[in-house]
Design a protein around this ligand. Structure first.
Ligand code: NAD
Ligand code: IPM
Ligand code: MN
Length: 354
């Protein structure tokens, strides 16, 4: 099983180094893993002049699974758009057809006080956000910045979903709901946007194939509010690319920190790219203080979804639970009475717990 590691930028290399330790333990204990490494994003631009160079593309296409840190940084924000790190990430998602982004927001009981919300609001939280990842306003054409007829500059993007794109993410979400609490909430802005009115129509049609799943619909502004008011009303949430981007960052704070939220981006065959939901955190990069748990938990998702190895996935998740129960905390989830540890010490503790 070929795993391609893409450390990326900012805290990417620091957090990925911890996840790599976990992969190495699994390998030592008999998992048939071949680890390779390549640059993506700003690191790839520095080395190859492109955020998703051919070198990385060839290895990514040949890999069974990919582990990514994060991309981006202020030093790249002035580059031409096609050269920016974020374009590298969008390009690899599109190139590998990774349309299904699963972002589970789970609150570990030990972190009930780390959330900015009251413990009773978030305790026991376990929701899954299914975000469509290769369509929507992220990819719709035309797009750009132009001068209009009146001589004024304007920026424009196109929000667009083909029926087949909605159906395939819908199937993923309904099937995920079948395996969980059998409740699916589709989030849209059907009161204003035709694209999402169409989304709602297709989701409603799909529901006929899943009579055991209770489908509901919610407008995205209300969903944002409900997520902080009463997040436990949700089981599985399915939504488009841009709403999913925003709602998943919001949901991450329910778990205590964005440093806790892993993600899987899957194609139709469950080949996947696994990455934390957060970014490259330039404000804390190079200080060995980032939380590596979202990245380590992304390895667990890789074991579960691409390698079908539930036992190994649980071994990693149980090790994370153990270090939290032992009171170890990186700065983002630290509270009085716990032990503050560095990024690398957290990684080492997870390995020891394994
Ligand atoms: P961010 O997620 O990088 O950071 C937001 C805040 O959360 C920062 O204060 C940061 O320190 C904190 N944070 C994030 N991850 C953390 C962790 N593991 N441990 C502790 N604290 C953590 O978002 P941003 O600041 O808006 O973006 C920074 C850069 O990252 C931008 O260039 C952006 O484009 C990029 N980005 C990349 C990805 C990705 O690669 N998937 C995702 C989001 C943003
Ligand atoms: C994410 C990130 C990316 C996105 C950016 C960096 C392109 O925010 O993975 O959530 O918007 O999808
Ligand atoms: Mn995001």
């Amino acid at each position: 099983m070929k795993v391609l590691i893409l450390p990326g930028d900012g805290i990417g290399p620091e957090i990925v180094a911890q996840a790599k330790k976990v992969l190495e333990v699994l390998k030592k204990d008999g998992l048939d893993l071949e680890l390779q490494e390549a640059p993506l994003g700003g690191a790839a631009y520095d080395q190859y002049g492109s955020p998703y160079p051919e070198f990385t593309q060839n290895l990514a296409r040949a890999a069974d699974a990919i582990l990514l840190g994060a991309v981006g940084g202020p030093q790249y924000d002035k580059l031409d758009r096609p050269l920016r790190p974020e374009r590298g990430l969008l390009a690899i998602r599109k190139d590998l057809n990774l349309f299904a982004n699963l972002r589970p927001a789970i609150l570990y009981p030990e972190l009930a006080n780390a959330s900015t919300l009251k413990p009773e609001v978030v305790s026991g939280l376990d929701i899954l956000i299914v975000r469509e990842l290769t369509g929507d306003i992220y990819f719709g054409q035309p797009r750009g910045i132009r001068t209009n007829e009146a001589g004024e500059r304007e920026g424009f993007n196109t929000m667009l979903y083909a029926e087949s794109e909605i159906r395939r993410i819908g199937h993923v979400a309904f099937q995920a709901a079948q395996k969980r609490g059998k409740k699916l909430c589709s989030v849209d802005k059907a009161n204003v946007l035709e694209t999402t009115e169409f989304w709602k129509e297709i989701m409603t049609d799909l529901a006929k194939e899943y009579p055991d799943v209770e489908l509901s619909h919610m407008l995205v502004d209300n969903a944002a509010m409900q997520l902080v008011k009463a997040p436990k009303q949700f089981d599985v949430v399915v939504t488009g690319n841009i709403f999913g981007d925003i709602l998943s960052d919001e949901a991450s704070m329910l778990t205590g920190s964005i440093g806790m939220l892993p993600s899987a981006s899957l194609d139709v065959n469950n080949k996947g790219l696994y990455e934390p939901s957060h970014g490259s955190a330039p404000d804390i990069a190079g200080k060995d203080v980032a939380n590596p748990l979202a990245t380590i938990l992304s390895v667990a998702m890789m074991l579960r979804y691409t390698f079908n190895n539930e036992a190994a996935a649980q071994r990693v998740e149980n090790a994370v639970k153990k270090v939290l129960a032992d009171g170890l905390r990186t700065a983002d989830i630290y509270e009085e009475g716990t032990t503050k540890v560095s990024c690398s010490a957290m990684g080492a503790a997870v390995v020891a717990a394994m």
